[in-house]
Design a protein around this ligand. Structure first.
Ligand code: AP5
Length: 219
């Protein structure tokens, strides 16, 4: 079992970052820090930050770095993040990655590394279009591969399951393009100083989770 507790989950939309990050964070006893979920919470509670982020998210564009970085910096000051975090959807630009390294270093920590989940495009689209999430507790389902026990209701809290507002075909295409141009350069960023683990993201959720544990246990 890995003792690494500061890990970035990297990969295109639908790669399974959120699914695996939630499981890994629970296993490690550290928070799952998903910038997408933090933004959706702000949108749902109609904060000023949420109103600013909403327009970018609906288009499939990235929220500006300044807004994202101050939100993450605040999240990392919470006591539960002292022992580490599994980052999901963050960083998404080289500027965000540099800022994360700096914030961790300022607190005497370092990122253990980034895991790149590799999944072909047709599978990404199938995963995203079948996704549903719980409006109450944010748990994620897939209509075919991880369906809820009772249709349209969350197994965990009974909340209503919904589509994500940015999961329509046109916005997904835009998100995939934005990933290629703005986020994919992080692969070289982390590879350069040997902090990147590439792994196959295909297979069942359990199979990918087992592969992830093997990757993180490597020297
Ligand atoms: P965000 O919420 O981070 O979305 P994303 O990166 O596009 O990723 P997804 O959540 O779509 O996919 P995932 O890889 O987490 O897959 P999941 O596990 O859900 O960001 C949304 C938006 O917020 C961005 O577009 C941007 O506007 C903004 N934003 C967020 N962070 C930002 C940042 N740092 N900077 C600027 N802007 C930012 O799985 C997908 C589906 O597949 C689910 O249904 C799941 O059940 C299923 N599934 C997962 N694994 C498997 C498997 N092994 N087998 C079968 N099905 C599976």
């Amino acid at each position: 079992m890995s003792r690494r507790t500061r890990i970035v989950m990297l990969g295109p939309p639908g790669a399974g970052k959120g699914t695996q990050a939630a499981r890994l964070a629970t296993r490690l006893g550290v928070p799952h820090v998903s910038t997408g979920e933090l933004f959706r919470h702000h949108v749902g509670t109609d904060t000023a930050l949420g109103r600013e982020a909403d327009a970018y998210m609906r288009r499939g564009d990235l929220v500006p770095d300044g807004v994202t970085l101050s939100m993450v910096a605040e999240r990392l000051t919470a006591p539960d993040a002292a022992a580490g975090a599994v980052f999901d959807g963050f960083p998404r630009t080289v500027a965000q990655a540099i800022a994360l390294d700096q914030q961790l270093a300022a607190n005497g920590h370092a990122l253990d590394g980034a895991v790149l989940l590799e999944v072909p495009r047709d599978t990404l689209v199938a995963r995203i279009t079948g996704r549903r999430f719980c409006a109450q507790c944010q748990a994620t389902y897939h209509l075919e591969w991880s369906p809820p026990a009772v249709a349209d209701h969350c197994d965990r809290c009974g909340g209503d399951l919904r589509w994500r507002a940015d999961d329509d075909e046109a916005t997904v295409a835009r998100r995939l393009t934005v990933y290629e141009t703005e986020t994919f350069p992080l692969v070289a960023f982390y590879e350069t100083d040997h902090r990147l683990w590439r792994m196959d993201g295909l297979g069942s959720v359990d199979a990918v989770a087992a592969r992830l544990e093997e990757v993180l246990a490597r020297d």
